[in-house]
Design a protein around this ligand. Structure first.
Ligand code: FES
Length: 137
């Protein structure tokens, strides 16, 4: 895997691990369906990528930054929720709030796979979960 240059037109960046090494798509896709894999995304924000049931990578990444006070949180595969350990907020698999105190859905990003490289792009258009402008734009 030879990573391409690291920043694309349109503000995309290569998905990297926490050591800053670009991660090939095959490495994430070696995980079973349903896996939420953490990468370093835009502005180094930790971001969950999702292995879908058909074995492809989900086109929407979920930023690991609780909208209450910014804690990071794990995915709970049994409950199928992101569960924030700081004050108990719960989010569904799409990042919608199931229980507060989190006031807003989790930030999302675009995920595009090109030739084994995983590109992360800002999500600046309508949030498909709310049909509104994203709160982070
Ligand atoms: Fe997540 Fe408070 S920071 S619930």
């Amino acid at each position: 895997f030879i990573p391409p240059r690291e920043v694309s037109e349109g503000g995309g960046i290569l998905a990297k691990d926490k050591l800053g090494t670009p991660i090939p798509a095959s490495q994430i896709l070696a995980n079973p369906p349903g896996t939420r894999a953490l990468i370093a995304g835009l502005a180094s924000e930790p971001t969950y990528l999702i292995v879908q049931d058909d074995g492809s990578l989900g086109t929407r990444g979920i930023v690991d930054n609780c909208t209450h006070l910014g804690c990071t949180f794990p995915w709970n595969p049994v409950d199928q929720q992101f569960q924030c350990p700081c004050h108990g907020s719960l989010y569904d698999p799409e990042g919608n709030v199931v229980r507060g105190p989190a006031p807003l859905p989790l930030k999302i990003v675009h995920v595009v796979v090109k030739d084994e490289a995983i590109w992360i792009y800002p999500w600046n258009e309508t949030d498909p979960r709310t049909n509104e402008q994203p709160w982070w734009v």
